[in-house]
Design a protein around this ligand. Structure first.
Ligand code: TAP
Length: 517
């Protein structure tokens, strides 16, 4: 049967299903890289209906890596139809939930076997430094597939005692069921990891999927599609269609056959997706959106650690990190010392070719984004924030921006309110004797994605964690996410969760059955 076939195939990797595509071969990073550049629909790589293409630019030197097919609205319909057929009639609708886990684990093994290629491709396409791409972008993606593979045969309902109609009895139970066709729309900062966070939960729950990667970073998603064929996923279960948000993203959000959309990106587009869902078929929506996450450092902290963690909080993945610490509040008594140390350490950051193992800071993802960061710093200077380090494009080819530090940031300034999404630290001071005041300032934002606090005082840490309006709180650490821990924002940072058991319920609906006997 199907499961046996999958297990057999997994034991005989030489018999991995092969797939045919128009692709690109390049030699880079001591590897022979080969990857597809076409849309992936119904188990096959195909050209787009319109014949249009997208340019993939390497941000390290602004060279053209390749062109990929750009999906049109007609391709959205074809992909949704394939996903619908796979869900309703295909092999996927027949296999047991445990067999889904077998397939997902097999895919994770293949991702692991190809991790150097995936990390190289991610590094070239997104500007992530290779060492980070290997550990986080790809490493956490593999963990995510394994984590959700383990859930496939543990999705259970319950039996519920109800008031029965005497003399008869009733049995009431719930069943958790997949929605059917789900659409996933993701951003460019962690291309394969965002795909994995959403798609692994979505498939573990038994849905089928149409995913649109960000138009500037489609390459690892297409390589992933190739691996999904090798893993033995039936046609139509996974469809990947690079294209623009305006055409493909909107068409998915409005599509009458899409029953659920999972989105990560900006708050503005999140609003638009929710409107499209309301105007079309009331599809279920989950949103992971922007943030302006406060990190509050009290004078009783471990100073070395808080300097290191706040730098990681801001500069990790060149600041293209949704939970980046958008504001750093430092208690006034250690403010000068903190600033001096952070500037000293920031000067040591090695900027350069992301494929070079000694480099820790790569180029920004794409040109429009780099230009936004330059404008953001100009505005901060006009508003009166004090630039103490960086603040400009690096004097070298490629889309490099210096790790930047502003001090004397006041609450009314743009830099205190708007998300940078780049390597820009905004430091303000606060009065450590007044927890209420710093909490009020930290909560004075429409965002609520993450927050952090550094203190040795357990009461203060607990009080802060209780009163801060954020979906993720870190105490004496930062950026510590894990595949088993739910992740998602409060307020206008989103609706719903990725990762952990909570993420599964985003992709399941509950049926309640009552029997009388
Ligand atoms: P967006 O412009 O929102 O783009 C995200 C995705 O949505 C892209 O695939 C984009 O397509 C697509 N899109 C654009 N307009 C659309 C529309 N009208 N309908 C449907 N889809 C549409 O965000 P971005 O600039 O790429 O990413 C940066 C933002 O994402 C930041 O605000 C950041 O905080 C947020 N972010 C949040 C998280 C989490 S977990 N909360 C994680 C990463 C990023 P194109 O490729 O054509 O633009």
């Amino acid at each position: 049967d199907f499961c046996q076939e999958v297990i057999l195939t997994s034991r005989q990797s030489s018999s991995e299903k092969s797939c045919v595509y128009d692709g690109v071969d390049i030699q880079v990073n001591n590897l022979e890289l080969r990857f597809p550049t076409q849309l992936f629909i119904n188990g096959k790589f195909v050209n787009s209906a319109s014949g249009q293409t997208l340019d993939c630019i390497n941000p390290a030197d602004e060279s053209l890596i390749c062109q990929v097919q750009c999906a049109s609205e007609a391709d959205v319909d074809t992909a949704v139809e394939a996903a619908s057929t796979a869900f309703n009639k295909g092999e996927w609708s027949k296999i047991s939930s445990r067999d889904r886990g077998v397939l997902m684990n097999r895919l994770a093994d293949l991702m692991e076997a190809h991790k150097e290629e995936l990390a190289t491709l991610e590094s070239m396409d997104s500007g992530a430094v290779y060492t980070l791409a290997l550990k986080t972008h790809i490493g956490m993606s593999i963990e995510t597939w394994r984590y959700f593979a383990g859930w496939t045969d543990k999705i259970q309902g319950s039996t519920i005692p109800i008031s029965h109609a005497r003399p008869n009895h009733n049995l009431t139970y719930t069943v958790k069921e997949p929605f059917g066709v789900c659409a996933l729309v993701i951003p460019w900062n962690y291309p394969l990891m965002m795909l994995s966070w959403k798609m692994a939960a979505c498939l573990a729950a038994g849905n089928t999927v149409v995913l649109k990667p960000a138009e500037v970073t489609p390459l690892t998603a297409l390589k992933f599609a190739e691996l999904s064929v090798k893993a033995g996923f039936p046609p139509g279960v996974i469809n990947i269609i690079p294209g623009t948000g305006k055409e493909v993203g909107e068409a998915l959000a409005k599509h009458p056959k899409v029953r659920k959309i999972g989105f990560t990106g900006s708050t503005a587009v999140g609003h638009s997706i929710l409107r499209s869902a309301a105007d079309s078929n009331l599809k279920k929506v989950s949103l992971e959106l922007g943030g302006k996450s406060p990190l509050v450092i009290f004078s009783d902290c471990d100073l070395e650690k808080s300097v290191k963690m706040s730098m990681g909080g801001v500069f990790f993945n060149k600041g293209e990190n949704c939970i980046a610490a958008g504001r750093v509040f430092v208690e006034s008594s250690i403010y000068d010392q903190f600033v001096q140390k952070v500037v000293e350490e920031t000067k040591k950051i090695v900027i350069g070719d992301p494929l070079d193992r000694s480099v820790s800071h790569g180029p920004q993802n794409h040109k429009k984004h780099l230009e936004k960061l330059i404008a953001y710093c100009d505005q901060a200077k006009r508003d009166g924030a004090k630039l103490v380090h960086g603040g400009k494009r690096c004097d070298r080819p490629g889309l490099f921006f210096e790790p930047t530090i502003f001090t004397d940031v006041e609450d009314h300034m743009t830099i205190a309110k708007e998300e940078a999404f780049g390597p820009i630290m905004a430091i303000s001071s606060f009065d450590g004797s007044n927890l209420d005041s710093v909490l009020q300032r930290a909560n004075d934002t429409e965002y609520g994605l993450a927050a952090g606090v550094f203190t040795q005082n357990i009461n203060r840490a607990l009080e802060f964690s209780r009163r801060i309006e954020a979906g993720t709180v870190f105490v004496n650490t930062y950026n510590k996410t894990d595949v088993a821990a739910p992740f998602g924002g409060y307020k206008r940072s989103g609706i719903g969760k990725d990762l952990g058991e909570e993420a599964l319920s985003e992709y399941l609906k509950v049926k309640c059955v009552t029997i009388e006997y």
